[in-house]
Design a protein around this ligand. Structure first.
Ligand code: AMP
Ligand code: ZN
Length: 120
């Protein structure tokens, strides 16, 4: 996929609609179209990078620095008990959209969402 075809670049450019909840010079955040829970957000840098390893660390820091504020808002509106921050890189990890993004996913005990951790 070229950058011109990238769905998140199109959202950043306003070429396709999104339920935007936050924006600044570096990034935007909008509701996931296929949410795992109500208020599941995606935090996306405006600049197109496929993997987080393609991004300068300073830019990762700026975008990731928005997570606490957005997660507090997610917790407030969803009344969740916790949340996951998920950031996938590559098809094997589950990345479907090749533009760096952080998922902020509200969680509740017994919500049935899970991940097969090897630790513990
Ligand atoms: P990932 O599997 O980490 O690449 O996650 C991509 C996420 O983007 C999925 O959770 C999709 O539901 C979401 N998504 C794809 N297209 C859109 C869109 N147009 N607007 C909002 N979310 C989208
Ligand atoms: Zn893009």
């Amino acid at each position: 996929m070229t950058q011109a075809e990238c769905v998140f670049c199109k959202i950043v450019a306003g070429q396709i609609p999104s339920a935007k909840v936050y924006e600044d010079d570096a990034c935007i955040a909008f509701l996931d179209i296929g949410p795992l829970a109500d208020a599941h957000l995606l935090l996306v840098p405006r600049a197109h990078y496929e993997w987080i390893t393609d991004m300068p660390g300073e830019q990762v820091g700026v975008v990731a620095g928005r997570i606490p504020k957005l997660a507090r808002a997610v917790l407030k509106v969803s009344d969740a008990e916790g949340f996951n921050v998920l950031q996938n890189n590559g098809r094997s990890s589950g990345q479907a959209v090749p533009h760096v993004h952080f998922h902020i996913i509200p969680r509740r005990e017994g919500d049935g969402l899970g991940y097969r951790w090897n630790a513990g």
